[in-house]
Design a protein around this ligand. Structure first.
Ligand code: ADP
Ligand code: ASP
Ligand code: MG
Length: 825
């Protein structure tokens, strides 16, 4: 045989039950393996066809119960495999394949009849029966490969994997096993695909054993280890190892990378996507392990290797073991007595009872063990016997089992560096009303486990999946206002959502949407990219009703984005905040009503720890509020804030510099949509006054709107006219502005509309600024805000850039929304 085969890199592919459930799925398996690059030597491990192992176990139960149904079950299995064989094998192979399968059914029939007759099924017989599914699937899959033109050969793992006689979960004897595997594969040509039975093995004497449920995963790494494979790929029916059992937590997501120990810990604590021992041979030989989805092969899957991901996610996953019982050994005489734990373990080990977890219960007068429900009675009995003397003396008051419990575990290597995780875990469980019966932290501190009542386990897993950042931080958003900014926000939310999910584990969910006429509410989430359409089917807007819905909803991290300019909406903030709802807004109203209202908002924020963010109220997307806040928090003293705060007015004065007339510029800006619908809202200076008020209050100044001196750009006599008349009369002020602009120019100055806070005084109006000042050089709708502070004294700090427009405002809103969400509990 070829001598170069040792140089071929080897890959092991394991296909689970669902991947080989039907002839069609098996063809897919063939295609996946055929797609592997040519130089790779391919080893395939298969499980029984989906559901077959469970069916075999049921057949044993039926035989034990002597219902006779085991014969029908056998017949059904025979037919199912025969149909698959017909669909997969080439005509000239069908007979041989039929003979091979026939031998399996012959054996199975005899074994089940034996159970039926004897009314007994030893562990040894049980292994011989439940392993039959793999004995049948491997020849089938090998035939499918040959039908697709590959050289393929079915191998019975009982000739390759040597174990002890611990039936049901046999221990692999690695020296012998590795030798057998290496020798066998030496004989095979490198381009031959070996299709190996998963799950089963044999003792020295050739008696069939199994590696435990899901054991085919282990078979794959045993082979991979012996053959020094470059990779083992476990193909299954989910997109990788998920952050929780998807049957309990539908939004569980695939974990990109896990260390061997994390994966083993997860598997041990119940994540049945992998057999708990699978990681051992892989770790010993440093073989990376990939978990992929046969039904979605393009998904990246999970990579398990020695390196853990450099991530700040401390908890990687939540897993659970159900069907367990807590065994309690109670008594004041146990306190501080050495050797008790050893005796407990000894007594249970004698009866081969596996202790899943041991912990001190909340009272220190007891020892608490967790075992499988099926072992509970035996465990109580064993302890009663072992501690008989203590019971007689009264040192042990009771030994009993609490049935119907479950273990819930948080798993992650990085957990050990993180104090307070246990606290977080238990407070989360407490808050969601789950009663914790016992707790334990593994010695390696890579998991924390809690025992809960089985009927509360789903609640517990979901609550923990939400509570740790492992869970994609679910953020519920209700957007009020679908004007230009609101619409734009929906656009960028839809565009950014995948990125946020991937990089920040943040799942933005739009649960409510309202404008002045229609509103919709859907806790499952409205489609982000088509939200406005869903509005069409909504109800007529009723702000009070919406606030009521928001307040009643128990959604976590619920944030209202108020993209209106309405005082009515602003007046709802305190109520929303009192219900733990965060607010993100470019609406200046709330912060510019009277001080009493402002203080109410502040109190609500403090009391409920809700996020309230309004960065976009000043300078749109420019970091004005956050700059001010950072300066103040870091102990700087603000001497003066001065700025051009209105993009619209900046535009008007820029145009005046070019010699154009005031009325012409306003008409044009109005037509282009640069101004508010009624341009007087800009020309009055009210907008700038509000921005200044917000800044001043942020600085801690106690100011009302009336305390600000505001210069309007048009006389008050024109303020009450109808808009058309107003626009028509606007030319009457052209001469006034012409003169002021020219007077300033003669002194080499420019007119700008400036807001200023200095010495507790706020003023807004037209100033003649030096031609070289930052304000004079602004272009278009640019804003510039100059902070002069104790630290930024000789050279003030300037924040400058486009300060208006739906795009930058919506972007700023999304940034605020993200920060708000991150800070909410
Ligand atoms: P296979 O037949 O391919 O071996 P299994 O049924 O043994 O597949 O394992 C995959 C199943 O494990 C998934 O369909 C899922 O329901 C379940 N499961 C439980 N916990 C997890 C988890 N944390 N990640 C992925 N799957 C899990
Ligand atoms: N067929 C066995 C089981 O169902 C082994 C496996 O699928 O891994 O447990
Ligand atoms: Mg499995």
């Amino acid at each position: 045989m070829s001598t170069s085969r040792g140089h071929h890199p080897i890959q092991v592919f394991k296909f689970g039950g669902t991947s080989v459930a039907t002839a069609e799925r098996i063809r897919r398996v063939v295609e996946l393996v055929q797609a592997v690059e040519e130089a790779v030597r391919r080893v395939v491990v298969v499980s029984a066809l989906g559901g077959v192992t469970d069916e075999l176990i049921r057949a044993i139960d039926e035989a034990l119960a002597r219902t006779g149904a085991h014969r029908d079950m056998l017949e059904a299995l025979r037919q199912r495999h025969a149909a698959a064989a017909d669909a997969l094998a080439t005509p000239d192979e069908r007979e041989a394949l039929g003979t091979t399968l026939g031998e399996c059914w012959q054996d199975l029939g005899e074994l089940l009849d034996g159970v039926y007759l004897l009314r007994e099924c030893t562990r040894r017989t049980r292994d011989a029966i439940v392993g039959m599914g793999e004995r049948a699937s491997a020849p089938l899959v090998a035939a499918a490969f040959r039908a697709a033109g590959e050289q393929a050969l079915a191998l019975d793992a009982r000739t390759l994997i040597r174990t002890d006689a611990t039936f049901g979960a046999a221990n692999v004897l690695f020296d012998e096993t590795n030798r057998l595997i290496q020798e066998r594969f030496q004989e095979l040509p490198p381009d031959q695909i070996a299709v190996v039975t998963g799950f089963i093995a044999a003792t020295e004497g050739g008696v069939t054993t199994t590696l435990g449920r899901s054991g085919s995963d282990y078979t794959a790494t045993i082979l991979g280890g012996a053959l020094r494979a470059e990779r083992v790929i476990i193909w299954t029916d989910v997109d990788g190892v998920l952050s929780a059992d998807p049957r309990i937590v539908p939004e569980a997501f695939p974990i990109a990378r896990l260390s061997y120990s994390e994966a083993a810990e997860m598997a041990y604590f119940g994540a049945n996507v992998l057999h708990p021992r699978t990681m051992r041979p892989a770790e010993v030989h440093g073989i990376p392990l990939a978990i992929k989805n046969t039904l979605n092969p393009d998904a990246p899957g999970t990579l398990i290797s020695a390196e853990t991901e450099s991530t700040d996610l401390r908890v990687k996953a939540i897993s659970t073991i159900r069907d367990v019982a807590v065994v309690m050994l109670e008594g004041t005489g146990l306190l501080g007595v050495p050797g008790i734990a050893a005796r407990v373990f000894g007594a249970l080990a004698d009866r081969t009872i596996n202790v899943l977890m041991i912990s001190q219960a909340s009272s220190e007068h007891s020892i608490c063990l967790v075992v499988r429900t099926s072992d509970a009675d035996a465990a109580v009995e064993a302890l009663q016997t072992a501690f008989q003397a203590e019971v007689d003396r009264g040192d042990v008051s009771s030994v009993y089992a609490l049935p119907a419990c479950a273990i819930v575990s948080a798993v992650g290597d990085q957990m050990r560096h993180q104090p307070g995780l246990a606290g977080r875990m238990f407070s989360t469980l407490g808050r969601s009303g789950v009663n914790v019966l016992a707790i334990a932290q593994g010695a390696a501190e890579t998991n924390i486990s809690a025992v809960v009542h089985d009927d509360e386990v789903e609640q517990a897993v979901r609550a923990l999946h939400e509570a740790f950042p492992l869970a994609r931080l679910r953020v519920h958003v209700c957007l009020i206002g679908t004007g230009r900014v609101g619409k734009k926000l929906l656009d960028i939310m839809a565009a950014q959502a995948p990125e946020l999910l991937e990089n920040m584990h943040m799942n933005l969910r739009l649960v409510g949407l309202a404008n002045s006429t229609q509103m919709v509410w859907d806790e499952e989430g409205l489609p982000l990219n088509d939200a406005l359409t869903s509005l069409e089917g909504g109800e007529p807007t009723d702000l009070e009703g919406l606030v009521e819905t928001l307040a009643q909803s128990r959604l976590e991290r619920l944030i209202v984005v108020d993209a209106t300019a309405s005082s009515d909406v602003a007046l709802c903030y305190p109520t929303l905040m009192e219900h733990g709802i965060g607010i993100v807004t470019p609406n200046k109203r709330a912060n510019t009503l009277d001080m009493a209202f402002y203080e109410r908002l502040r109190r609500a924020v403090r009391r409920r720890h809700v996020s309230y963010r309004y960065e976009t109220t000043v300078g749109a997307g420019l970091p004005v509020m956050s700059t001010l806040r950072d300066l103040l928090r870091s102990g700087d003293r603000i001497q003066r804030i001065e700025g051009v705060f209105s993009g619209t007015l900046a535009y008007i004065f820029n145009c005046l510099d070019e010699g154009r007339s005031f009325s012409e510029i306003v008409h044009e800006a109005h037509a282009l949509g640069y101004t508010e619908p009624d341009p007087r809202d800009d020309l009055k200076g009210e907008d700038v006054a509000r921005k200044l008020l917000i800044l001043a209050r942020e600085m801690g100044l106690h100011v009302e709107r009336r305390d600000i001196a505001v210069e309007a750009l048009v006389p008050s006599s024109m303020m009450e006219d109808a808009i058309d008349l107003f626009l028509e009369n606007l030319k009457n002020v052209d001469a006034h502005w012409r003169e002021r602009v020219e007077a300033a120019a003669r002194q080499d100055k420019r007119l700008r509309y400036v807001g200023r806070i200095e010495d507790g005084q706020l003023s807004v109006g037209v100033r003649a600024v030096e031609a070289h000042s930052p304000f004079a050089r602004l272009r278009g709708t640019e804003n510039a805000i100059v902070f002069t502070t104790a630290r930024y004294h000789t050279m003030p700090m300037v924040v400058q850039g486009p300060g208006a427009g739906p795009d930058v405002t919506a972007a700023g809103l999304l940034a605020d929304l993200i920060q708000a969400a991150e800070r909410m509990p």
